[in-house]
Design a protein around this ligand. Structure first.
Ligand SMILES: [Zn+2]
Length: 81
């Protein structure tokens, strides 16, 4: 299983199956790409990490869309008032 260790300054990517391998990135999106590339190259039969980041990104987008909707709604309320 590929893991992301996210700290304030960097993201360390590790793989349970490959204790000799790790990578470091500054941005979460780059770390997700590193992990996905490792999974595709070294564990071609596994899609676990790529599925997890796709689901997480989907949830993030849904939350973002929801907050934009909430902002529009509250602006509508302000205009009506
Ligand atoms: Zn691995």
């Amino acid at each position: 299983m590929i893991r992301l260790d996210i700290s304030a300054r960097s993201v360390v990517i590790t793989c349970d199956a490959c204790p000799y391998w790790s990578a470091i990135q500054l941005e979460r999106a780059d770390a997700e790409q590193s992990g996905a590339r490792h999974e595709a190259l070294v564990h071609p039969d596994s899609y676990d990490f790529r599925q997890r980041i796709a689901a997480a990104n989907h949830r993030r987008r849904a939350r973002h869309a929801g907050s934009e909707h909430a902002l529009t709604m509250s602006m509508d309320v302000l205009i009506v008032d």
